[in-house]
Design a protein around this ligand. Structure first.
Ligand code: HSE
Length: 402
């Protein structure tokens, strides 16, 4: 019997508990006969009405010092004390599985190194794409490929908000409230709507794809707070939708370019039809071509299902490390905005003549809002775009995903 602990009894933690209880037979089968048994649940809150209230503890050392506990699910979120707890657990020879993208993106290199040295596992399938299998497929099934690019809808909350704006004409605020009510949004919604959550996730995917640590602090990140219903209407008139995209391009010389930004996507793209809280990740490998991973990117049971799968993986691979590895950040050369060009959809108060003087030949779009020009530029490096935008009174500018 495998004894496990859950740290954090919030949305995901309670989902992990429910799945272990309801799917216990399937889990025993999946571990090749070892039942998965919860020995502790760590949370600072009281759960006196819980049917198994005796499982709850507020003392981390109960878990750390119990030799019977072999796998711990860290689903408490945040950096501290999750980092200190995870480090101690790995150092003491326990495997840790997590949904905590902030922790993986910030301390993943170090924690993976400790896990390797201790011959245990630090698994983070649930940290990107909620219930979608993406970490293991990238690490194992696509390992024969050099990954060339990744374009992903990585945040369910923002996709839900944009979808409500696109499909129902809802205001940003009303759509955000609904996302929070459904348990999709982070405790602090800024992490979702400002793009920080997607930034952590594309940093993890970029690191996994390249085998090098991509520091999320180096990733240019723009959220969706400036997107208006007018932008959404323009996009529709151009047979497109606006999505928050985590994007990475891996250059042949080993450099990596990553960005999080709202992008205009043609309705013919497989990413355009990804609605609501769903996530999708389009990965391009040099042998396989495009593969897309799609599913529920947030929510209690989808995310918990990825956490529980990682628990099963750790039980099966007891005392065998899966050896996921990223090299140190010092060795990584990141490409900047000058290395990756995008075309832009732009709205400005300037006249078509003024636009043409600055941008040369560009494709104008029929106005939806009076007294403005709307147009699509040719592909430009980020620095060139910034320089040109500064010359006009810009209402909005949105990258176009190629
Ligand atoms: N707030 C996140 C999202 C939860 O909306 O995608 C899953 O990481």
């Amino acid at each position: 019997m495998a004894k496990v602990a859950i740290m954090g009894f919030g949305t995901v933690g309670s989902g992990v508990y429910d799945i272990i209880k309801t799917n216990s037979e399937k889990l025993t089968y999946s571990t090749n006969g070892e039942a998965v048994n919860i020995k502790y649940i760590l949370d600072i809150r009281d759960f006196d009405d819980h049917p198994e209230k005796e499982l709850f503890t507020k003392d981390f050392s109960d878990i750390l010092n119990d030799a019977e506990v072999s796998v711990v699910a860290e689903v408490m979120g945040g950096l501290h004390p999750a980092y200190e707890f995870t480090k101690s657990l790995l150092e003491s020879g326990k495997s840790v599985v997590t949904s905590n993208k902030e922790l993986v993106a910030t301390y993943g290199t170090e924690l993976l190194e400790i896990a390797r040295n201790k011959n245990v596992n630090y698994l983070f399938e649930a940290s990107v794409g909620g219930g979608i299998p993406i970490i293991r497929p990238m690490h194992q099934c696509l390992t024969a490929n050099n990954i060339k690019s990744i374009a992903g809808i990585l945040n369910g909350t923002t996709n839900y908000i944009l979808n409500e704006m696109i499909k129902k004409g809802k205001t940003f605020d009303d759509a955000l409230k609904a996302a929070q009510k459904n348990g999709y949004a982070e405790r602090n919604p800024a992490a979702d709507i400002e793009g920080h959550d997607a930034c952590r996730k594309i940093a993890i995917l970029s690191s996994l794809a390249s085998g090098k640590t991509v520091d999320y602090r180096d990733i240019e990140t723009e959220g969706i707070t400036n997107i208006t219903l007018d932008d959404v209407k323009y996009a529709a008139a151009m047979d497109s939708v606006i999505k928050l995209i985590g994007y990475a391009k891996l250059f042949a010389d080993g450099r990596i370019y990553s960005i999080v930004s709202p992008m205009l996507i043609k309705n013919s793209s497989p990413l355009a039809g990804v609605d609501g809280v769903f996530n999708a990740i389009l990965v391009n490998g040099n042998c396989v071509g495009n593969v897309m991973f799609y599913g529920a990117g947030a929510g209690k049971l989808p995310t918990a299902s990825a956490v529980v799968a990682a628990i099963v993986g750790s039980v099966k691979h007891f005392e065998r490390s899966k050896k996921i590895r990223w090299v140190n950040p010092e060795t990584v050369v990141l490409a900047g905005g000058e290395d990756k060009s995008f075309a832009y959809f732009v709205r400005t108060k300037a006249s078509a003549d003024e636009v043409s003087k600055v941008f040369g030949k560009c494709e104008f779009v029929d106005n939806i809002v009076a007294d403005e020009s709307a147009f699509v530029t040719g592909e430009m490096a980020g620095s060139e775009a910034k320089e040109k935008f500064a010359k006009l009174d810009i209402v909005s500018s949105i990258r176009i995903l190629d």
